[in-house]
Design a protein around this ligand. Structure first.
Ligand code: MUC
Ligand code: MG
Length: 372
């Protein structure tokens, strides 16, 4: 008799950020994670996380809606089901519910953690095996102030914590943003790769002017310059400039990746377990991108340690992650809810070892930060 799913609990956990994090659509001072704890009939527990940025500022699921979706719609479909066949449970959820990929990602992560603990294998083994134990991680400079961002970059380069940086732009005028980016690039020089994320803030004409300026300033990558549904604009811009484009909001799942590649896009894609609906599905996006010659990047929705580790297990199985990863979410938060924090060093992070995700919840911290 396989173990069955006995309980699923989804809780909101609020942790302040170390400094304001300014994006084109919101400024974050706190990060809200939805943490899922799933227990089976043998007493094992799997954990998962669904996290987004700024409530509803980033996408159509908020932390509060993710909790409601899991409590009201997913839990009744999963309770009492065999816990050991993730594909069967996925099909069951998809037959009765549409979308809600963030919530699905937390569930898939908890099932993988549970399965890994049952089999005494790390999640990366369940995904075919890790090719990398240490993955590169960039940092986002987004204090909203050029001088502060330059100081932050210099101290992180000196500590060898990060050598690649992403700048969040799009909330100011184009030329203000260009001056901000060019000042940071010239301060860090060739010792760092500097990329920008516009989070859909530009129309195509502004993007064309912006890309020309950013190319001249020595920027390496421009992320989601135009609105997510405007695939034709991304394709045209990718044809016009050598400066590569990273598709983020435009690509959630494998079908989105196929559509963009089939439309003629060349560049790279930000894989995110939250957008895709879990680590397994994010790897499906990677396969399509790879087949189309599109570069891979391990992306984040600024998850805490649980979500970041779930993603790291997935990215660790990829042969080439052309643009590295941005799994720095835990470092943006003032505190953590796990016993042992991730080990960031040498411009990257260690993949945790141990069964499942390889993390343990700190119960006191969870009680403290859990929304009452
Ligand atoms: C995004 O749009 O890429 C990733 C890093 C960061 O600072 O924000 C996220 C979201
Ligand atoms: Mg992005």
């Amino acid at each position: 008799m396989p173990a069955t799913i006995q309980s699923i609990e989804a809780m909101l956990v609020d942790i302040p950020t170390i400094r304001p994090h300014q994006l084109s659509m919101t400024t974050m001072a706190v990060q809200t994670m939805v943490i899922v704890r799933m227990k089976d009939s043998e007493g094992l527990e799997g954990v998962g996380e669904a996290t987004t940025i700024g409530g509803l500022a980033y996408g159509p699921e908020s932390p509060e809606s993710v909790k409601l979706t899991i409590d009201t719609y997913f839990a009744p479909l999963l309770l009492g089901q065999a816990a050991d066949n993730i594909n069967t449970l996925r099909v069951r959820l998809d037959a009765c519910t549409r979308g809600n990929n963030l919530a699905k990602s937390a569930i898939e992560t908890a099932l993988l953690d549970l399965q890994g603990k049952r089999l005494n294998r790390p999640v990366s083994d369940l995904l075919g095996g890790a090719v990398h134990q240490h993955l590169p991680v960039l940092w986002t400079l987004a204090s909203g102030n050029t001088a502060k961002d330059i100081d932050e970059a210099h101290s992180l380069i000196a500590a060898k914590r990060h050598c690649d940086f992403k700048l969040k732009i799009g909330s100011r005028s184009l030329m203000d943003d260009v001056r901000h980016v060019a000042a940071i690039k010239s301060a860090v020089g060739d010792s760092a790769s500097v990329r920008v994320d516009v989070n859909q803030a530009w129309d195509e004409a502004t993007a064309a002017r912006g890309m020309a300026e950013l190319q001249a300033a020595g920027i390496d990558l421009v992320e989601q310059p135009t609105p997510m549904k405007d695939l034709a604009a991304l394709v045209r811009l990718s044809e016009k400039f050598h400066l590569p484009i990273l598709a983020d909001e435009a690509v959630a799942d494998a079908k989105d990746m196929f559509s963009l590649a089939a439309a003629g896009f060349a560049g790279a894609v930000a894989l995110k377990i939250a957008k895709a609906g879990g680590p397994l599905r994010a790897l499906e996006v990677a396969r399509v991108a790879d087949a189309a010659g599109i570069g891979l990047y391990g992306g984040t929705l600024l998850e805490g340690t649980i979500g970041s580790v779930a993603a790291l297990h997935a990215w660790s199985t990829l042969d080439k992650i052309h643009w590295g990863t941005e799994m720095f979410g835990p470092l943006l938060m003032k505190d953590d809810i796990v016993v042992k924090r991730l080990n960031f060093h040498d411009n990257g992070v260690e993949l945790p070892t141990g069964p499942g995700l390889g993390i343990e919840i700190d119960e006191d911290k969870l009680t403290y930060y859990r929304r009452k």
